[in-house]
Design a protein around this ligand. Structure first.
Ligand code: SF4
Length: 247
């Protein structure tokens, strides 16, 4: 699996897909990403060291994802991330975090701030329609308001292409995201081994009506395929070949 890439459009940064103990929530009905996990901490640490050794610091920004939340990474890997940031002059560091780990965010910000590294936390909120999110997607966020979520998180992921979504609902989600958060990352639902299926009609509405409105917005990443950031797909043989096709 490819675990290193560079995002060359919109907020240029390096990105690494690391491996941890796995998502502890695992109940989102649309997700099977949590399968990228191992209970063998030493193997995770070694794998992550190899991936981190590819970081160059070229953009002074690094995004770390791990098919879960940053507290699910080994402590040693967190130290290795900190070390590589210092060594390569990285001053902005992005992580993912589920709402359940929100209390781990402030200590991480404080820890990295002491080293001159600004932490940005992205959380998969999927939609600001609480009822849809909790009763259908099983996300585990409850009815936390956008304002409450923004106390912890800087960026949000939204999930589109689901049965029941409309042009209006998708636009509303993006606009709320842009009002409360620095950046919005739109993921288009793809068929995987989880229960929820993508709705082709909703995806078509997104492509025709929503995509053209936001494709040039510097604060909106749009992943039509979940490997568009260049990680998570088939491994490329040559370094830096997997430049992203980020819209
Ligand atoms: S979407 Fe995130 S929180 Fe939900 S099961 Fe998948 S990895 Fe876990």
């Amino acid at each position: 699996m490819e675990r290193y890439s560079e995002i060359l459009e919109k907020n240029r940064r390096e990105i690494v897909l690391l491996r941890g103990s796995g998502c502890r929530w695992r109940r989102c009905r649309f997700c099977d990403y949590h399968l990228d996990a191992s209970a063998n901490e030493n193997e995770n640490i070694q794998l992550n060291k190899e991936v981190l050794s590819r970081v160059t610091g070229r953009f002074h920004k690094l995004e770390v994802i791990n098919s879960g939340s940053f507290p699910e990474l080994p402590n040693q890997t967190m130290q290795d991330i900190e070390d590589i940031c210092i060594k390569k002059g990285i001053t902005e560091l992005h992580f993912e975090c589920h709402y359940h780990f929100r209390d781990a965010v402030a200590p991480l910000r404080a820890r990295m701030d002491k080293k001159g590294i600004c932490v940005k936390i992205k959380s998969g909120i999927e939609t600001f329609d609480d009822l849809f999110r909790e009763s259908y997607l099983g996300k585990g966020i409850g009815n936390a308001s956008p304002k409450a979520l923004a106390e912890y998180f800087d960026e949000v992921c939204l999930l589109f292409g689901l049965p029941g979504q409309t042009e209006k609902s998708m636009e509303r989600d993006i606009e709320i995201g842009l009002s409360y958060f620095e950046r919005v990352c739109v993921n288009i639902m793809q068929k995987n081994s989880a229960a929820i299926l993508p709705d082709p009609d909703v995806i078509q509405i997104f492509l025709e009506k929503i995509y053209p409105r936001y494709v040039k917005n510097e604060r909106v990443d749009i992943l039509l395929e979940n490997t568009d950031f260049g990680v998570g797909g088939e491994k490329k043989e040559e370094k830096n070949l997997c430049q992203t096709n980020l819209f």
